[in-house]
Ligand binder design. Structure first.
Ligand SMILES: CC(C)(COP(=O)(O)OP(=O)(O)OC[C@H]1O[C@@H](n2cnc3c(N)ncnc32)[C@H](O)[C@@H]1OP(=O)(O)O)[C@@H](O)C(=O)NCCC(=O)NCCS
Length: 323
């Protein structure tokens, strides 16, 4: 028995923000953004598109695809770094919106690696109780967490949600995973908490609850870390990159994806990419891409699917699935 994906879904805000519009907001250009990041547009949440609402819509699509009722869920995990409230968790809002009365629910923060971490947690619950159905969601409204005057970051991020329903299966599912963290490098990519109400804990240096990043450093670490963690997994499974049907990396930047593919010796058609449309949606990027890949018919039963991610923490990881 393995934990397998039974259905996928996604939900994107309606509003499309183009590079040309960003030219009017900060000193940048469509050409700069396209050549440095590969991003053309990103989605921005509007009214009725709070994080939990996007998450709930993605979940509804995934439940329909899986043919599972919300009441049959035992656990809901939302990977996010941009919940609309710190408490209750986004997952609790999703639980009540879905009417998933038999599930317990919590959020998980591993930044852009959050969805992989959450899948791995789900896998362990299903191993302990093979009858359990688990809903794993990656959902972000990062538009609320970027400084719209900082051209280094505001061009990169977008909003959206993706979801998977997992249950046990005989012939397919998650084969292996490798997750890593290194907190010593936290200051290369981080987001402060909302200002403390305890004057003794107030940080006078804080720029507030927005993403801050040393882009060049993050770029280097991201490529190296994802390459290493993919190689580790392939070696353990005695596979080579040509055995993989599809690689879905965290959608951070087209140059990171190209470099990663190049270093791994992967062909362009092995690597799924939609960063041009949605930008970096952090924990939501892999499940949104997975849902698109499924709907485009890019995955057939028996295919080997490789997921890999990198994010703030630093956190990073890889996961191998038999589809
Ligand atoms: C952010 C990133 C696109 C910047 O690209 P880069 O080629 O490294 O560019 P640099 O940071 O070296 O900046 C080059 C110049 O462009 C400028 N620049 C930065 N953002 C700009 C923008 N939006 N428009 C125009 N110019 C910009 C910089 O100020 C710098 O100018 P200077 O040389 O006068 O100082 C790139 O580093 C990156 O993608 N990093 C990874 C980010 C990421 O994925 N984070 C999330 C990981 S989960």
């Amino acid at each position: 028995m393995r934990a397998a994906v039974l259905g996928t879904g996604s939900s994107l805000p309606e509003r499309v923000l183009t590079n040309t519009e960003l030219e009017r907001m900060v000193e940048t250009s469509d050409e700069w953004i396209r050549t440095r990041t590969g991003i053309r547009t990103r989605r921005i949440a509007g009214p009725d598109e709070q994080n939990y609402q996007l998450a709930t819509r993605a979940a509804q699509h995934a439940l329909t695809a899986a043919g599972i009722a919300a009441q049959d869920l035992g656990l809901i995990i939302v990977a996010t770094i941009s919940p609309h409230m710190l408490m209750p968790s986004c997952a609790c809002f999703v639980q009540t919106e879905l009417g998933a009365n038999n599930a317990f629910a919590f959020d998980l923060n591993a930044a852009c690696s959050g969805f992989l971490y959450a899948l791995d947690v789900a896998r362990k619950y299903i191993a302990a109780d093979p009858k359990m159905k688990v809903l794993v969601i990656g959902s972000e409204t990062l538009s609320a967490r970027v400084d719209w005057e900082d051209r280094n970051t505001c061009i990169l991020f977008g909003d959206g949600a993706g979801a998977c329903v997992l249950g046990s299966a005989e012939e397919r599912g998650i084969l292996d995973s490798c997750l890593l963290s290194d907190g010593s490098l936290w200051n290369l990519l981080y987001m402060d908490s909302p200002a403390s109400k305890n004057p003794d804990l107030l940080d006078p240096e804080s720029k507030g609850c927005v993403i801050q990043m040393s882009g060049r450093d993050v770029f280097k670490y991201a490529v190296r870390a994802m390459e290493d963690v993919v190689r580790q997994l392939l070696e353990r499974q005695q596979l080579s990159i040509s055995d993989i049907s599809l690689i879905i990396p965290h959608q951070a930047n087209i140059r990171i994806l190209d470099k990663l593919a190049d270093r791994l010796g992967a062909q362009a058609n092995q690597v799924f990419c939609n960063v041009d449309k949605y930008g970096n949606t952090s924990a939501a990027s892999i499940p949104i891409a997975l849902d698109e890949a499924v709907r485009q018919g890019r995955l057939q039963r028996g295919d080997k699917l490789l997921l890999c991610a990198f994010g703030g923490g630093f956190t990073w990881g890889s996961m191998l699935l038999k589809w």
